[in-house]
Design a protein around this ligand. Structure first.
Ligand code: IPE
Ligand code: IPE
Ligand code: MG
Length: 247
């Protein structure tokens, strides 16, 4: 039986731009409200006993967006960290950033470092923010680091490679949620979602809240996770004569 509460939820926070467009506002306003939805969701997950939440905030491919939107998103990182870090830290949230930090500015890198350092001893919930992250990038960087660490080809097993993946600090996600109505992975956690339960919702990310999370959790509870195995056959109930009903 699937436990009601997944240990690890991964979320593609999609739909910010459309949320703003529907209100005749610039896309950036949607991203701002998206930060509020994230803080709300961290709280809602922690309240429900979820131990790990991993969110897709900026993909390796999002650099293709107009310069103005990209710089707006980078600025939003700084605003979000200064506005919410103390609150999250005091609520027991441990923050980890996953992704390629080489391409982001010194200011953004410093904000990430600060967020990680200020929350490193927290244990209530681990929030991993995927920023300048791509699932393919992750697999390649893990291979590179495994080789650099001297792993012989014959010893490069799934378990060994997993030690170098950027979410090595978390178990694989149990539940993968994508908001915004698109039904695709968009190069998020390709390696780690091998056996995650997938949940897609039309809800746009800035509207995401505890009620929408509960819908995803209810769907998750109804899933039958087999991991490639088979479910044990139900034991037939004996009838009144002591003969099983299937005989
Ligand atoms: C997701 O919302 C946030 C980021 C990719 C940074 P979008 O910006 O993709 O919003 P839509 O999909 O255009 O509505
Ligand atoms: C995925 O959303 C990336 C993030 C939510 C950060 P996109 O909006 O970039 O994905 P596509 O372009 O619809 O596949
Ligand atoms: Mg999108």
């Amino acid at each position: 039986m699937t436990p009601t509460v997944p240990r690890h939820i991964a979320v593609v926070m999609d739909g910010n731009g459309r949320w703003a467009n529907r209100r005749f506002m610039p896309r950036f306003v949607g991203h701002k409200h998206g930060v509020d939805a994230l803080v709300r969701t961290v709280q809602a997950c922690a309240d429900r006993g979820v131990e790990y939440l991993t969110v897709f905030a900026f993909s390796s491919e999002n650099w293709k967006r107009p310069e103005e939107e990209v710089s707006g998103l980078m600025g939003l990182v700084l605003v979000a960290v200064s506005r919410y870090l103390q609150k999250l830290a005091s609520e027991g949230v441990r923050i980890r950033i996953v992704g390629d930090r080489a391409a982001v500015s010194d200011k953004v890198r410093a904000a990430w470092d600060e967020a990680e350092a200020a929350t490193r001893h927290n244990t209530r919930i681990t929030l991993s923010v995927a920023f300048n992250y791509g699932g393919r990038w992750d697999i390649v960087q893990a291979c590179r680091r495994a080789i650099a660490a001297g792993t012989p080809a014959a010893e490069l097993s799934e378990e060994r490679l997993a030690e170098f993946m950027s979410l090595a600090h978390a178990p694989d996600p149990d539940l993968f949620i994508r908001t915004g109505g698109e039904v695709r992975i968009s190069n998020f956690l390709l390696w780690q979602v091998a056996y995650a339960e997938l949940f897609f919702t039309d809800c746009l990310w800035p509207d995401f809240d505890g009620a929408e999370l509960d819908r995803a959790l209810a769907a998750y509870s109804a899933r039958d996770r087999r991991f490639g195995s088979v479910k044990p056959a139900p034991v037939p109930a004996p009838d009144v004569h002591g003969v099983t009903s299937s005989s």
